[in-house]
Write a protein that binds this ligand. Sequence first.
Ligand code: IMP
Ligand code: MG
Length: 172
Amino acid sequence: MPELIPVIKKDEIESKIVDIARRISNDYKDSELILVGILKGAFVFMSDLMRRLTIPVQIDFICASSYGSGTSNSGDIKLTKELGIDICNKDVLIVEDIIDTGSTLLYLIEYLKSFGPKSISVCAMLDKRERRGTDIKIDYSCHVVEDGFLVGYGLDYAENYRNLPEIYHLKL
Ligand code: IMP
Ligand code: MG
């Protein structure tokens, strides 16, 4: 039986979102902000984050898949849902659940750049640095975590556990 070890509790998740939402609301108060969430994992985080923003905002999602049903990045990234709104000359904030090696994010930044946005920044719920193979800047990150496979609060293992309200380490 896989074991679930608690890593980040509900109140810690919430208080970081309040902090980050305040920073984002301040940093983008004079711009046209578009949040682009990366499905499926980021939708829980994005839904909590966007409701804490105090500035006007538009949202969209793109869907990228790289892991199949395993726990390590295959490096082969597929876009299974494309961007649906116009981001030309707008300020884009990518909203990710977790950044691990960084290769998904690099790919998505290049994809989004092709639509001519004014700026692209990155907001991540979790920053897992141990296996980072790329030099990327995460502008807003809630929690830095150790290596290991995490589930819950949108994060899955083979499509399971996304509904858990807190974040757990999955020990297989
Ligand atoms: P990267 O391309 O290695 O940075 O992987 C990014 C994507 O892999 C994330 O958006 C997640 O969907 C998934 N991922 C990476 N680490 C974990 C984890 O610990 N649990 C669940 N999904 C993960
Ligand atoms: Mg993801």
